[in-house]
Design a protein around this ligand. Structure first.
Ligand SMILES: Cc1cc2nc3c(=O)[nH]c(=O)nc-3n(C[C@H](O)[C@H](O)[C@H](O)COP(=O)(O)OP(=O)(O)OC[C@H]3O[C@@H](n4cnc5c(N)ncnc54)[C@H](O)[C@@H]3O)c2cc1C
Length: 385
């Protein structure tokens, strides 16, 4: 385990009481960060068990640096995840690999693929070891709990966001996503992005010989009765019926699949009052096309804890937290929106974009990592930001 970064803090969290509403990735990381810096922490989760949807999640080096600083590294991380070697943009119609963005020369902790249940399990064990008290089946609002600080980490339906900003209904982004997992014991440790007009598929391996699949389609309507529901795998295969044989081979193995409408809010105007703050999807839900929603929640959690640890006055710490986080999160959301457009190009723009990617891959192999350095290279646990 690396030396915990609490030594860099001011130490003012010691003895404080922090209550967190929501035990997702953001809420649990926040709980761990405060507990590591000496606070007494309660987490309230509405579900009877802490859990996650059966799907994968990509934790990029910027998120992994926070985990390292909180002592989540080494054998436990190795056992729960796969280290990614590369991102491969693919032509989803022909199956041609357009280029290879190598990740092996990344500085610092690796880019990793986790099963969500394994990631939540790691966080939960670490929280319990650090003395965090977890209240299950506790559906509450921030008004109902005490604390020197109360954190709303309830995800996109956050009532705390509504308390701070007024009620804003999330809007449908015009994209739906199928999520599935299939057996693939020989899958290589890379993420493939299979791009096609108006749609794409991302595949990557998980521990246990599984391949995680997220397939996205632009669609105008979404059934109002729910946000996610089981779907017929035939509908997914139909959408990619003109896809590359390798892609169709993967989709032919899908048995169980869920369909999600992708909703979001604009980044919240106000992330705090004097004693209450929001983080993660509660403050800034994002499209998943840069794999940063959870990574940003993880960064938020660390920065919130550090700002409080360095300030005697919680209200001023929360203002510093918002000022620090809002520009970075907004940039990540803009970049995810741009990926949505770039992945789904059609006609001449699609051909031009693939050619450009190919040339860049050949002539400037480090261009991808250089372009992503603002994101992956950022270390919110130190001053490299
Ligand atoms: C298809 C898809 C793929 C994605 N892939 C990635 C990826 O690879 N990498 C990445 O970084 N991000 C990814 N994301 C985004 C990521 O899943 C989210 O951004 C992240 O889970 C948000 O975490 P959170 O803790 O803020 O909120 P949530 O995960 O929504 O957690 C909120 C928790 O609060 C609880 N809760 C809600 N209301 C209450 C209440 N009143 N009282 C008590 N508890 C309450 C909920 O039950 C839940 O447990 C993806 C998203 C999608 C849709």
């Amino acid at each position: 385990m690396t030396e915990l970064s609490t030594h860099q803090h001011g130490g003012l969290n010691r003895g404080r009481h922090v209550s967190i509403v929501g035990g997702g990735i953001g809420g649990l990381t926040c709980a761990l960060a405060f507990a590591r810096s000496g606070a007494r922490v309660d987490v309230h989760e509405q579900a009877p068990e802490i859990g996650e949807v059966g799907a994968g999640i990509q934790i990029t080096p910027n998120g992994a640096r926070v985990f390292e600083a909180l002592g989540l590294d080494g054998a436990a991380v190795e056992a729960a995840s796969i280290k990614s070697k590369a991102v491969l943009p693919m032509d989803g119609l022909t199956g041609r690999q357009i280029t290879r963005f190598d990740l092996t020369s990344l500085d610092g902790p690796a880019y990793r693929f986790y099963h969500r249940a394994s990631l939540i399990g790691l966080l939960l064990d670490a929280c319990r070891d650090a003395g965090v008290v977890i209240h299950l089946g506790s559906k509450i609002t921030v008004d109902e709990v005490d604390g020197d600080l109360v954190v709303g980490a309830e995800g996109i339906h956050s009532q705390t966001r509504a308390l701070l900003n007024g009620l804003q209904e999330p809007f449908f982004t015009g994209q739906v996503a199928w999520r599935a997992m299939v057996d693939a014991p020989d899958a290589d440790a890379v993420a493939r992005i299979w791009m096609a007009p108006n749609r794409h598929v991302v595949t990557y391996p998980l521990k246990g010989g599984l391949l995680n699949i997220v397939a996205v389609l632009e669609r105008q309507q979404w059934a109002p009765e729910g946000w996610a529901h089981p779907d017929d795998a035939g509908n997914l295969r139909h959408v990619f019926r003109d896809g590359a044989p390798e892609l169709k081979g993967i989709l032919s193995k899908v048995d169980e699949v869920h369909l999600w409408g992708l909703f979001r809010h604009p980044v919240a105007e106000q992330w705090h009052n004097d004693t209450v703050a929001i983080l993660g999807d509660a403050a800034h839900p994002t499209l998943p096309f840069l794999a940063q929603g959870a990574n940003m929640a993880i960064e938020d959690a660390f920065v919130l804890s550090r700002c409080c640890d360095e300030a005697a006055d919680i209200a001023s710490a929360l203002a510093t937290y918002q000022a620090d986080r809002k520009p970075r999160v907004s940039r990540a959301i803009d970049a995810a929106n741009a990926n949505a457009r770039n992945y789904h190009l059609s006609g001449i723009r699609r051909g031009l974009s693939h050619t450009a990617l190919k040339i860049i891959g050949k002539t400037a192999p480090n261009a991808f990592l250089n372009r992503m350095d603002w994101l992956y290279g950022c270390d919110v646990t130190t001053d490299r930001r």
